[in-house]
Design a protein around this ligand. Structure first.
Ligand code: AMP
Length: 561
């Protein structure tokens, strides 16, 4: 049923959206992708813009939100089965045969649509509202309610709509539209500067909302402010050296690099929330940290920092912090065992003012005046010896190293730029066979995003670790090209590869672990490079890993003594 009475002309139907997706799916060039999206945007109504932009990026909620739809593949397959008149098992079989849930569902719906005469036309805002309603269903009966709602949506979907609706629900749109392309398309569509769009995205962390503002013009874009309780993406660091940083910038700021978990603290009056590096709300798991931070300032603030675990005045291994971030129960008991201490090193917002555009040196002044406790010390100097001394003190105190920051630099949310440099002892590396992988998420949904790597033992490959960091988008595409025809098994998002490719993988430490068959796990595993000079017979043996572990624990004992 078309919304003939709607106030909005040119309503974007979900079918229109699906056709755009189909067109994008068949387009490889970035400029062509930008072109296609920028032609659609001007015709959208203000309430459609955020929805379209989120959907096209394979998202439902704003970027700052860690909310989940709460629909697993299982529920979706049951719903499809109902609509297509078949058993869930048959649906799963079809999906396995096609290798793509979206395409399989499209086919199933096309069989069904030959027998159905009535479709209620779906538009994108309606689909969005229904998905929000599904996400909000909670409690005992929620799975049943969700199933009914998904069934209703699918029953009204044409086959092509089904392809994209299913993929959005599974958060795997796979049409290769990255945030950068959407940013440039917004700039092009509304004739505004791309840097202005980027800045607004950084502050609001909501590309959809930025599209709506861009339609209003550059003034609206320039006037953006950070919103409390909408977490901002964290600024990240690159590797580098003290000497280069001093050569380039003269004075530099050095802080300890704490080996814990990143947090962002938002506070208004007595109401405060804590967000993890992935912007998940972890307030409930860390009441002690929240209490400490509330006591540290009387202002309304957004603070950036790292929480570490302390026992007998020494930092504890990173894993104890992680455990607390995940913990939902027995929090009181966990609090006694180890003390969680926040270290605050930046401020992004103070009493209504957005501070991210100020230089670090200015932000630091605001930080020192607004926050009285848990401040991470900072040494500002152009003397390499003084910075080296800080580095040694950091390592002696059990921290990971130091962070060097450029005093004149703004806070760049989500950027891994050259304004923050990490200095830590060299990592060791292992050459390992790539035996499995998992499809990426978001803009990486069209490539494999993480990999299972293995060592060898008596001619057998033994899984040792998962590697997800250290690969640039280009490297991910390269690996995808190399491995896409080597998939020998699929299970959900997981794939198994025919072994052949070797990765050099960096790590900070070997740990004994029951998780992997090898009995060891790598701490901070990190892709270094593809070793195309090696094949699977050249990879590390389990014996040599055992030896490395022995050496490592001896040197750790010597260090502690
Ligand atoms: P990495 O995870 O090795 O890329 O290093 C960057 C991470 O170091 C940040 O995301 C923080 O979690 C952590 N970190 C520890 N201390 C600091 C600090 N003083 N400034 C910034 N980040 C820090």
């Amino acid at each position: 049923m078309h919304q003939a009475t709607s106030q909005v002309r040119n309503t974007m139907f979900f079918m229109d959206f699906s056709r755009v997706c189909e067109q994008l799916e068949g387009t490889a060039g970035r400029l062509d992708i930008i072109d296609i999206i920028s032609q659609v945007l001007p015709g959208l109504a203000p309430e459609e813009l955020p929805v379209f932009v989120r959907f096209i990026m394979g998202r439902i909620f704003p970027d700052w939100s860690s909310r989940k739809l709460g629909i697993g593949p299982n529920l979706l397959y049951v719903a499809i089965g109902y609509v297509a008149g078949m058993k869930k098992e048959e649906v799963v079989e079809k999906i396995n045969a096609t290798g793509d849930a979206g395409l399989a569902i499209e086919e199933l719906l096309s069989i069904k649509s030959q027998t159905t005469f009535f479709h209620e036309e779906l538009d994108i805002v309606r689909v969005y509202n229904e998905l929000i309603a599904i996400a909000e269903m909670e409690g005992k009966k929620s799975q049943r309610e969700k199933l009914l709602a998904v069934r209703r949506l699918l029953a009204n979907a044409h086959p092509l709509e089904g392809r994209y609706l299913a993929r959005i629900m599974l958060e795997e749109l796979r049409i290769g539209v990255g945030e950068g392309s959407v940013r440039d398309a917004i700039a092009k569509a509304f004739a505004v500067d791309s840097a202005l769009v980027e800045h607004a995205i950084q502050a609001l962390n909501d590309t959809g909302e930025v599209a709506r503002l861009a339609k209003l013009g550059p003034i609206a874009l320039r006037d953006v402010h950070i919103t409390l309780f909408h977490p901002v993406r964290m600024m990240l660091a690159q590797q580098g050296t003290i000497a280069d940083m001093i050569k380039e910038h003269g004075q530099i700021a050095a802080e300890y690099k704490y080996d814990g978990s990143r947090f962002q603290f938002h506070k208004k009056g007595n109401w405060a929330r804590l967000y993890s590096r992935r912007l998940e709300d972890v307030t409930g798991s860390l009441p002690d940290v929240i209490e400490k931070l509330i006591s540290a300032t009387e202002h309304d603030v957004i603070l950036d920092g790292e929480v570490i675990a302390i026992k007998d005045s020494k930092p504890m291994p990173f894993q104890s912090v992680l455990r607390r971030f995940r913990r939902r129960h027995d929090i009181a008991e966990a609090q006694d065992a180890i003390e969680m201490v926040p270290n605050v090193f930046d401020i992004l917002y103070l009493d209504g003012e957005t501070l991210i555009d100020l230089p670090l040196s200015e932000r630091r002044k605001h930080l020192e005046s607004a926050v009285t406790l848990y401040l991470a010390p900072q040494v500002v100097s152009s003397d390499p010896l003084e910075i080296e001394r800080t580095y040694k003190t950091a390592l002696d105190a059990g921290h990971e190293g130091i962070m060097i920051k450029v005093p004149a630099s703004p806070y760049s949310p989500g950027q891994r730029g050259k304004n923050w440099i990490k200095i830590k002892p060299e990592v060791d590396t292992l050459d390992l066979a790539v035996i499995g992988g998992e499809w990426g998420e978001g803009k990486r949904a069209h490539v494999f995003g993480s990999f299972l790597v293995a060592c060898q033992d008596g001619g057998k490959l033994i899984p040792l670790s998962r590697v997800a960091t250290g690969l640039s988008d280009e490297q991910l595409s390269e690996v995808y090209e190399l491995m896409k025809d080597k998939v020998i098994k699929k299970s959900g998002k997981e794939v198994t590869f025919e072994p052949g490719l070797v990765f050099e993988v960096g790590y900070a430490e070997l740990q004994v672990s029951p998780t992997y068959q090898a009995g060891f796990a790598l701490r901070f595993p990190r892709f270094i490079r593809i070793r195309d000079d090696k094949d699977v017979t050249d990879i590390e043996t389990l014996d040599s890993i055992r030896e490395r572990y022995q050496r490592q624990s001896k040197s750790a004992q010597a260090y502690q003594a």
